[in-house]
Design a binder for this molecule. Structure first.
Ligand code: 4AD
Ligand code: MG
Length: 467
């Protein structure tokens, strides 16, 4: 007897008329007056369910089948046939059914009914993968992960797991989570330094959860040429927006003998590849997002595939914003950073498409970015997409030892902490560049689901860390 998943049925049409075993959970059930029960089973392999038809002549009909409720786990055996019903293509005529797990007190089951808001589901992150929405997001997340690795591996990028515990604030934003084994006590924060002299901390120095793997990734790029790192990234920013998580996943690609144009092209082609992959391999889930979330989803993604890269200089972006005469809340002028309302205007209202903005003034960007010949801007880029804002940030890296040291000094950073990083410029320095892509923001762009809190299995944000 064949043990199958729901996905196998939709992928592999020749299972019809075979005797199969299918295990999963009940999405819906209905008991007719004619001694027949209908149960829709999902197993997470696919957004679809399979209907099982159960007649009252099986031995456990009265004792168990009539007691089934939504969410019960079952294992059915029977023949897969084409359905004559309008709502489904296939069904299983059940010969035997084993109840694997009943629902305790069905009226208390937190997702017993069909529709729930995303806000409600965030309060039960351990149960929400059972919903269609989170199931579809989870499979798309997996598909994007797969496509990303395919793309990079096929181009000979070597995967490097950079450390999660770090000693450096690579982005200079100062919003890091401390890693320490010193027992917290009420006065811990005030007495941190005194306590340290009494009891040494685990690593003998300050350590944090990483805000980016880039600096250590550079060490490997400066030996392996083409590398990438992909892992959890932590930022203790107090920004409770739809785009920020305290723990998110970031892909960082780093490449030697490479410049800003190269990484712009590389990142754009990678996203195209990922979109194509998802449209080919996750079409059932994408149709679900089309019907439930975003009627523009296929247009948007097709446009991305067929639109050439749009890129503009930072200074031109500023001119466009000033010329727009739009009343922004935040001031816009040369030398100031773009806020999210400015970014939104550029992609949603002006270009109506994703856009790379490049060559920002150096004081707006991190210390490691390569100074341009004008000595005012750095060779940096941000990639902005409609409705999400910044999806990618990247740059050429300062490969001149003296200029890097000067910048470290200018920003008041402790040069001793960066000595190993400066070594990379001391011994066989090469031009190199890289970018970081926010994984949940990419899922948001592809699915149309707006809030990154719904795009990571267990979201961590200000005042919110469940399970
Ligand atoms: O622009 P960021 O800060 O760049 C870096 O960290 C560089 N070291 C990357 C590199 O060049 N290797 O972050 C990169 C991307 C952002 O564009 C955004 O998509 C995402 O990471 N990101 C976040 N995503 C969710 N929640 C947050 N709090 C995020 N902060 C950044
Ligand atoms: Mg950035």
């Amino acid at each position: 007897m064949k043990k199958i998943l729901v996905y196998d049925i939709y992928k592999n049409h020749n299972l019809v008329n075979q005797f199969v075993t299918l295990s999963g959970w009940i999405r819906n059930r209905r008991h007719s007056n004619f001694g027949i029960s209908f149960i829709d089973i999902y197993d997470g392999s696919c957004v679809k369910t399979i209907q099982g038809i159960i007649k009252n002549n099986i031995f456990n009909y009265e004792s168990e089948i009539l007691k089934l409720t939504n969410g019960c786990a079952v294992s059915i055996q029977g023949v897969l046939v084409y359905s004559i019903g309008k709502n489904q293509k296939y069904e299983i005529q059940v010969h035997t059914i084993k109840i694997v797990g009943f629902i305790d007190a069905p009226h208390n089951y937190p997702i017993a009914s069909k529709k729930h808001t995303c806000e409600y589901l965030r309060l039960i992150p351990h149960l929400r993968p059972r919903t269609n929405l989170i199931g579809a997001i989870t499979r798309i997340r997996n598909g994007i992960f797969n496509a990303m690795h395919h793309f990079l591996q096929s181009k000979n990028y070597c995967w490097i797991p950079t450390p999660i515990i770090t000693t450096l604030d690579s982005e200079g934003a100062g919003s890091m989570f401390r890693v320490s084994t010193i027992e917290p006590n009420q006065k811990y924060h005030n007495q941190l330094h005194q306590l340290k002299s009494v009891k040494k901390d685990f690593f003998g120095k300050d350590t944090f959860l990483t805000v980016s793997g880039q600096l250590t990734a550079e060490a490997y790029a400066c030996a392996m040429t083409k590398i990438y790192t992909f892992g959890p990234t932590f930022r203790a920013e107090n920004s409770n927006t739809t785009r920020h998580l305290a723990e998110f996943w970031m892909l960082e690609v780093e490449e030697s003998f490479c410049n800003l144009d190269d990484i712009i092209n590389l990142s754009y082609n990678m996203i195209k590849y990922i979109i194509q992959y998802i449209l080919q391999n996750n079409i059932l889930d994408m149709e679900f997002f089309y019907s439930q979330i975003d009627k523009n989803i296929f247009n948007r993604l097709e446009n991305f595939l067929h639109t050439p890269i749009i890129q503009i200089e930072y200074i031109d972006a500023i001119k466009i914003l000033i010329r727009s005469k739009k009343k922004f809340i935040n001031i816009i002028k040369n030398g100031l950073d773009l806020s999210s309302e400015h970014e939104k205007y550029l992609v949603n209202n002006y270009f109506h498409a994703p856009v790379f903005i490049k060559n920002y003034p150096k004081h707006l960007k991190a210390f490691y970015m390569k100074l341009n010949k004008d000595h005012y801007t750095v060779a940096a880029m941000d990639f902005l997409v409609p409705n999400i804002g910044e999806l990618i940030g990247g740059s050429e890296r300062e490969d001149c030892k003296e200029l890097l040291e000067k910048r470290i000094l200018e920003l008041g950073l402790d040069k001793n902490n960066y000595s190993w990083y400066i070594d990379l410029r001391r011994y066989g320095s090469v031009p190199h560049a890289g970018f970081g892509l926010g994984f949940e923001r990419l899922i948001a762009y592809i699915t149309g689901v707006q809030n990154v809190k719904d795009l990571i299995p267990f979201p961590r944000t200000v005042n919110h860390a469940l399970c």
